[in-house]
Design a protein around this ligand. Structure first.
Ligand SMILES: Nc1ncnc2c1ncn2[C@@H]1O[C@H](COP(=O)(O)OP(=O)(O)O)[C@@H](O)[C@H]1O
Ligand SMILES: [Mg+2]
Length: 247
């Protein structure tokens, strides 16, 4: 059973043909590693899924039902959440406020007062369960490292029970320890039943975690393989040449 299925997706930015009839699927509780050179169309594809980029044509199905994803809110309502490297969080807001940003918990009653106490408690619970060592839910995001910020964004996705979480180059600007932390968050997302699309141009970050690896080149999907059907050497070759070794 697929969570997401995309058929014959095209995207034009003016005269730039960024996606050329792409078919792409994500199964339930599957980690899909998406790799390929700069400009291959990876961010465009996930932007279409996350509701931040409109497709030119093609069909999208979520759990077998055809959908339109015209906005980030529409994507969220379908259980799709994107974790951005930087924009996910507001620098001067606390960890707790960032996790609940736009979806704040309210106290019962007509006054619509923010239930800060519950939000702080829940923020602490979810960050702890992810193994994120943040001193307090009141800590401002600007005092968190790059890896911790992504942990906060993943906490958001987990709290609101996203069914598909997308990470676009989450390891790009991180220290070695930060990379390990983000890879561990992705493992925990999988353990919690979520599907994940993990984009990186570093195959060595993607390969150990992914159930399936998809390679893009110049707007086309050039490989789509279960991990057991391929090797990191073959994938590296495909990524560089845009072609499979055999067949
Ligand atoms: N907003 C945009 N306007 C015009 N061209 C764009 C825009 N965004 C991306 N592109 C072009 O679309 C192609 C795919 O880009 P992108 O999806 O960002 O690739 P990747 O994430 O694989 O590096 C590239 O040729 C890029 O220059
Ligand atoms: Mg990109």
């Amino acid at each position: 059973m697929y969570f997401l299925k995309m058929e014959n997706i095209h995207k034009f930015y003016g005269s730039v043909h960024a996606l050329k009839g792409v078919n792409f699927e994500v199964a339930m509780n599957e980690i899909v590693g998406l790799v390929g050179d700069n400009g291959a169309g990876k961010s465009t594809l996930v932007g279409i899924i996350a509701g931040s980029i409109p497709k030119t044509s093609g069909k999208i199905f979520v759990k077998g039902k055809e959908v339109e994803i015209p906005s980030v809110k529409a994507a969220r309502d379908l259980g799709i959440e994107m974790v951005y490297q930087d924009q996910a969080v507001v620098e001067t807001m606390s960890v707790a406020k960032n996790i609940f940003l736009g979806r704040e918990l309210l106290k019962p009653g007509l006054l619509k007062l923010l239930d800060m106490k519950t939000m702080r408690k829940e923020a602490e619970r979810i960050t702890k369960s992810l193994g994120l060592n943040i001193a307090s839910p009141d800590q401002e995001i600007r005092f968190c490292s790059g890896g911790e910020r992504q942990g906060v964004a993943i906490s958001r996705a987990m709290y609101f029970k996203a069914e598909l979480v997308i990470l676009d180059e989450p390891t790009a600007a991180l220290s070695i320890a930060g990379v390990q932390k983000v890879l561990e968050f992705i493992r925990q997302l999988k353990a919690s039943g979520t599907s994940v699309i993990f984009i990186s141009h570093n195959l060595y970050h993607v390969y150990p975690l992914a159930d399936r690896i998809v390679v893009f080149s110049k707007g086309e999907k050039v490989a789509d393989m279960r991990k057991g059907e391929t090797s990191i050497e073959e994938l590296e070759h495909i990524q560089i040449s845009g072609k499979r070794i055999s067949s």
